[in-house]
Design a protein around this ligand. Sequence first.
Ligand code: NAD
Length: 352
Amino acid sequence: MILMNGLKNAFNQNKSIKILIIFESMKIAFFSTKVYDREFFDRYNIHHEIIYFDAPLNEQTVNLANGYKAICAFVNDKITANVIKDLKNNGVQLIALRSAGFNNVDIAAAKANEIKVVRVPAYSPHAVAEYALALILTLDRKTHKAYNRVREGNFSLDRLTGFDLFGKTVGVIGTGKIGQIFCKIMLGLGCNLLAFDIIANKELEATGVEYVPLLDIFQQADIISLHCPLTEQTKHIIDANSIGMLKAGTMLINTSRGGLVHTVAAIEGLKSGRIGYLGLDVYEQEEKLFFNDLSENIIQDDDIMRLLSFPNVLITSHQGFFTQEALTEIAKTTLSNLDDFEAGKVLKNLVV
Ligand code: NAD
């Protein structure tokens, strides 16, 4: 039945198809799914049997994967060595990540258990780069506060003063797909761009971005935006030591991974004034909070509650990727990764 629907959809979408490669439908368990995941995957899925679970994938839920050949996971699913062992015992052969980052997967354990891991290396780098700008402009010009004030009939401008971005020094850590686009956006606004990456991008340099040592970024930037992955080298790249080097009032933006910023050090940095503005779309302990409506719950995480008490902190729930274009690309690339696996083809988005 699923196969028949798949064929029907394929014909509906492309009348010129004469011969179809017939895929056997593969059963895939999707973890941590929300309404929007189902909407986009159902729109583009032709021949797989997808079972959506609300539950995240972790040591408590892994047995839901029993009988599935593949599972699909997202950024806060904790795919530890134990989870991988249990996935193997449940017959899973493939972990399809519907994200670019894979820091939540024990890659060595996946390799040792011969479970393949694929990802979506780029879905919309523009989405995240543009979102970093949204955080900067909101923190700077306080549009979120102005919106609330005006709706309550308060037309005062008191304490809404911002600053021009033109002429400011922006430090970018990580100039891969997202970091590059972010640099170009900020160059367009007339900022001076300093960058740090383990590999300098010559093309970006030619546009006016200056690669400098990390220390120079900490000491000279008015705004620092993080666009590197979370690795052993980058974990807590923003800690008490680096915060101690910042100019007073520096704006720090993290749209990358929560673990790049030492949360308690950031709180101290806000109290001392070294951090003048903090924009976080990711948070070190986000897996217990983000993507869920906890408005009627007692939040047990004291660090996030302290952060939320500062007037110059803006936190959002990992929504940098959340555009129509990115959700489309995530669904299409993930399904194509699953097709390739099922057809025994080379996996072009293989992590391990
Ligand atoms: P990318 O792989 O294209 O670029 C990462 C860059 O970081 C590379 O140029 C790499 O050389 C550099 N890098 C690696 N180690 C470094 C180090 N120690 N110091 C400095 N630079 C280092 O990745 P991308 O697509 O640009 O994504 C960047 C990050 O953004 C991802 O790792 C992911 O964590 C995050 N992300 C967040 C969202 C969101 O919704 N907020 C969405 C997608 C990606």
